[in-house]
Design a protein around this ligand. Structure first.
Ligand SMILES: NC(=O)c1ccc[n+]([C@@H]2O[C@H](COP(=O)([O-])OP(=O)(O)OC[C@H]3O[C@@H](n4cnc5c(N)ncnc54)[C@H](OP(=O)(O)O)[C@@H]3O)[C@@H](O)[C@H]2O)c1
Length: 315
């Protein structure tokens, strides 16, 4: 089958669209998806560059890139009951190295769900990773509830633009930080107030918050001591030593402190996102679609760290 692979770690040019990759074989609890499009994420870049080498020592090169797709089911394992051949689904693999940006992709049945009916397959491909990250950070790590006030740093990108909408859905008042050219964009998604990080970095927003979601992952909890007081929660996407340390202290009950979100794909969360999308509460913003022949450009785009919403590759 065709697949987007890399034979060595390096810049976007190491990506190749080959046509002789072996087809995945679904196990009893798996489904096989003929892909339409794949969302592109910062982690695709990190893995391609050779980060996490020790964690991924058992996943040798060459490897298939990519963590999320949309497509149509073409085979189901004997134990799968929730899905049938012909279903249109979206999902994210929990396999750390990815491996789904290919003509066919294998998923455990709990990593996918039926596509929302009111968006394109390209838009659906851009939802699973970033929107589940935002959902799990806000609902599970922050415990965000009606009437809470939250500060979101890095609010205009993949995770951030979903986080604004999901925080609103959970009833919170959202204060969003992004670059100067995206202030209107984040307000259009439902932010109560928008600030440019070029004018005022997040720790200088002089308000009290119940939670800070540091999507860009630049800071540590202590930078927000004044805004969060002793009870507010700081959640980051980036596993910095300070965040992991704060998380350990919180687990031991020593301080309320900080958490690191670790996204995990689940049918139930994708179902929740589908319902929000179909009900008009949530909408993915797709900045650009790249044909697979321009996959390296898609990786360069995400490496810029200035994607507005999401981008995808169309297979
Ligand atoms: N732990 C997990 O499970 C998990 C899951 C998903 C993602 N992540 C991580 O989360 C991070 C964000 O992912 P993403 O998909 O949202 O990335 P993205 O789509 O590339 O978005 C990056 C955003 O960061 C903003 N930004 C750039 N410079 C900034 C600055 N100095 N201060 C504040 N914001 C700044 C950009 O805003 P402007 O364009 O407006 O400048 C852009 O909207 C990445 O590091 C990713 O690896 C972790």
């Amino acid at each position: 089958m065709k697949a987007l692979i890399y034979r060595k770690f390096g810049p976007p040019e190491v990506l190749e669209w080959v046509d002789d990759w072996p087809e995945p074989v679904p196990a009893a609890t798996d489904v096989l998806v003929k892909t339409v499009a794949g969302g592109v994420n910062p982690k695709d870049v990190l893995v391609r560059k050779g980060w996490f080498r020790r964690t991924l020592a058992r996943t040798p090169l060459p490897r298939v890139s990519g963590l999320e797709v949309s497509g149509e089911i073409v085979a189901v394992g004997a134990a799968v009951q929730a899905f049938s051949v012909g279903d249109r689904v979206f999902g994210m693999t929990n396999t750390f190295a990815g491996g789904v940006h290919a003509e066919l992709a294998k998923f455990d049945h709990d990593e996918i769900f039926h596509c929302p009916a009111n968006i394109s397959m390209e838009e659906a491909a851009a939802v699973p990773l970033a929107a589940q990250t935002a959902l799990q950070a806000l609902r599970d790590c922050c415990g965000l509830k009606d009437g809470d006030k939250i500060l979101i740093n890095g609010a205009s990108g993949g995770v951030g633009h979903f986080a604004i909408q999901i925080a609103n859905a959970l009833g919170a008042e959202v204060h969003a930080i992004c670059g100067p050219r995206n202030l209107q964009f984040v307000k259009s998604l439902g932010a109560h107030a928008a600030y440019s990080y070029a004018d005022r970095p997040a720790p200088e927003i002089d308000l009290a918050f119940d939670a800070v979601f540091d999507v860009f992952g630049k800071f540590k909890r202590s930078a927000f001591a004044k805004q969060l007081g002793s009870r507010g929660i700081y959640v980051s996407t980036v596993p910095k030593p300070a965040t992991l340390w704060a998380e350990g202290l919180a687990r031991a009950g020593i301080v309320k402190a900080g958490r690191l979100v670790r996204v995990h794909s689940r049918s139930e969360d994708l179902k929740c996102l589908k319902e929000w999308i179909e009900g008009g509460t949530l909408r993915p913003h797709l900045e650009k679609k790249y044909p697979v022949s321009q996959a390296a450009d898609a990786h360069r785009h995400i490496e810029s760290k200035h994607t507005v919403g999401k981008i995808c590759i169309v297979f």
